[in-house]
Design a protein around this ligand. Structure first.
Ligand code: MTE
Ligand code: MO
Length: 250
């Protein structure tokens, strides 16, 4: 075979390949247009075309069990809890604690409620022993007591507030702050904690009130809570601003 014939054959092959590629490309466009047309003829479900909503719901089904109400963190009896509880982090604890401290809740209406520690202690009590994990790499089985967030929410009728996607929590001086996705905040094991090992919470561990949220790393267990608020936007988060994962889930 001489070289010019070889070239003609080569060209023929290239043409065939191009025609084939073009046909596939056109079929793709037709399929996309047809799909688009089909999608827009579908009824809407909760404001989205049904197939899209179904996809969202499927995503939720797949991912929400990770923080679902039934997915509980492993618990441990008081007897195995460490008596010497490690102290870590004092941001937001450096200023003097105001003796007239009250928990401040900012409602969806903008109204603020102030709740004393005594009032909080009158609510049903929940205890939990679990493996507390710090992102720095240590963990410790510790035991805590307080009011479960779900009981607190019910008592103070915060059902409208928890329709938001996030909760934001700040220390009274606003120097430490966390943002928490709502499913994790209202998880049955999350507590507004005022006791450690059956005793009043020490000052350096968050007296009068801290968050214990076993589905998260230590960074989210904010000590000395001042204000709790609710938002559909991600609230600012101390460690997320310093490069750590915002979700910080376990
Ligand atoms: N106000 C405040 N809360 C905080 C911190 C902090 O620096 N300030 N550190 C967090 C981190 S990183 C951890 S691991 C836990 C430690 O809680 P502990 O001191 O009771 O062990 O608190 C969390 N809550
Ligand atoms: Mo931590």
């Amino acid at each position: 075979m001489d070289s010019s014939r070889e070239m003609i054959l080569d060209n023929k092959n290239v043409c065939k390949k191009l025609a084939f590629a073009f046909a596939i490309f056109m079929l793709g466009i037709i399929a996309a247009l047809y799909g688009w047309h089909w999608l827009h003829k579908q009824p809407r479900l909760d404001g989205a075309y049904t197939p899209l909503r179904k996809t969202l719901e499927l995503n939720e089904k797949i991912f929400s069990p990770l923080v679902s109400q039934n997915h509980l963190t492993k618990t441990y009896p008081v007897s195995v809890a460490d008596k010497n509880v490690r102290v870590n982090g004092d941001d937001g604890l450096k200023s003097q604690l105001d003796t007239s401290w009250k928990l401040q809740i900012i409602k969806a209406t903008g109204d603020t409620i102030h709740i004393s520690l005594d009032e909080i202690k009158k609510l049903p009590k929940t205890d939990i022993g679990f493996d507390f994990k710090c992102i720095e790499g240590w963990s410790q089985i510790t035991h805590w007591g307080g009011v479960a967030v779900k009981d607190f929410v019910e008592h103070y009728q915060l059902s409208n507030e928890i329709k938001n996607r996030y909760t934001g929590i700040n220390t009274p001086d606003q120097k430490y702050y966390v943002g928490i996705d709502m499913p994790s905040f209202i998880h049955p094991q999350t507590i507004l904690c005022y006791e450690m090992n059956g005793k009043t919470l020490p000052l350096n561990q968050g007296y009068p009130l801290r968050l214990i949220i076993p589905v998260k790393y230590g960074i989210k267990h904010i000590k000395r809570i001042g204000t709790i608020y609710f938002s559909n936007q991600k609230p600012p988060d101390f460690w997320a601003e310093r490069g750590y994962d915002y979700f910080a889930g376990l």
